[in-house]
Design a protein around this ligand. Structure first.
Ligand code: CO
Length: 134
């Protein structure tokens, strides 16, 4: 069911500092910052040969990553995103197996304009899993 790793997301308290770390210390190609108000984050994409890292900073009140950063003030790995061919088929199979889909269970449009769902970390070894249809 799973395809490639689409991205790994890291929540950070200071997006410019984190961007500078990836660009200068690690020598990576980084995008301009993009505000995504509908997702409550500002994001910078670190473009790698085989995948992307997304640096996420909270945007606005009630950001979905605010609580995570309260628990992890220095930042931390927030979720991993795997590609699937058919997100509704993937969701239904996971739900039938007892996995919990976050939110109302319906795909939302993710940061790349593709449908995504998030799966409860307690069902996946303590890691928040995003599935993205490609
Ligand atoms: Co993501």
């Amino acid at each position: 069911m799973l395809g490639r790793v689409n991205h790994i997301a890291i929540a950070v308290p200071d997006l410019s500092a984190a961007t500078a770390t990836y660009r200068d210390a690690l020598g990576a190609r980084v995008s301009q910052a993009q505000a995504l108000p509908e997702h409550g984050v500002t994001v910078v994409f670190v473009e790698l040969e085989n995948t992307k890292v997304e640096l996420l900073e909270p945007l606005g009140a009630g950001s979905p990553i605010a609580a995570f950063l309260e628990k992890n003030p220095a930042g931390g790995m927030h979720h991993i995103c795997y590609e699937v061919e058919d997100i509704l088929a993937a969701r239904d199979r996971l739900k039938a197996g007892g996995a919990r889909v976050l939110g109302d269970g319906n795909p939302k449009t993710g940061a790349h304009g593709k449908p995504v769902i998030f799966l409860h970390p307690k069902d996946f070894n303590g890691t928040l899993v995003e599935l993205e249809e490609v």
